[in-house]
Design a protein around this ligand. Structure first.
Ligand SMILES: [Mg+2]
Length: 204
């Protein structure tokens, strides 16, 4: 494929390429002497599944980001997909992470994806409705002209699918009641994403 004509792929960060939920649960359980696990996370928002306020959720995530950010790591099974992705696609990371951890996020990427060319774009965040450029992920994905998007949030995934973007939704306890759509491909892991991408582009 001609370099200039590379298709564009958008990839969410947390719980798509970075394992966020497990370190967060560990932090939460330690702080509150609780025993929450992955199957308790049946909503994208901790405030819903842990029955806490939206404010408390906000402060917990802030505290985690402040004290435990260094515990975040790339998901193991993503690592050996990196070369294929960068060889075949123009890569955009599209995240709702708050700008308060923009620098940390960028340092993490510089360290984890050495010598790779990518763009990180910050979408509007649930806790800061009026901040940033106010763009939702679907608006960002559409304006970039993405061919593919990979996400664990069912609402963003479905919005993108409805806009004509082939979207992979990684199955998680918080998205398993997502409605179906022709452009939405539900997958369990990165191996399945790769299989689909390779089939589509004839790159296998
Ligand atoms: Mg995510």
């Amino acid at each position: 494929m001609n370099k200039k004509n590379k298709l564009k792929i958008g990839i969410d960060i947390d719980d798509v390429i970075v394992n966020f939920i497990e370190p967060f649960l560990y932090f939460y359980n330690k702080k509150f002497k609780d025993n929450k696990n992955l199957s308790d996370c049946t909503s994208y928002h901790f405030s819903d599944c842990f029955k806490i306020t939206k404010e408390k959720e906000f402060f917990l995530i802030e505290e985690f980001n402040c004290k435990k950010f260094h515990e975040l790591e790339l998901i193991e099974e993503f690592k050996n997909k990196i070369n294929f992705l960068f060889k075949n696609y123009e890569v955009f990371f599209i995240t709702a992470r708050p700008l308060s951890i923009k620098e940390k996020t960028e340092r993490f990427f510089e360290k984890s994806l050495k010598n790779k060319k990518y763009t990180i774009i910050y979408s509007v965040n649930y806790h800061y409705n009026n901040s940033y450029e106010g763009k939702s992920k679907v608006e960002i994905c559409k304006s970039l002209g993405l061919s593919y998007f990979i996400e664990d949030n069912q609402y963003n995934a479905l919005d993108c699918a409805k806009k004509g973007i082939k979207t992979f939704l990684i199955n998680k306890p918080w998205n398993n009641n997502c409605e179906n759509h022709n452009n939405l491909i539900k997958v369990d892991n990165w191996d399945e994403i790769m299989e689909n991408l390779k089939n589509e582009s004839g790159n296998n």
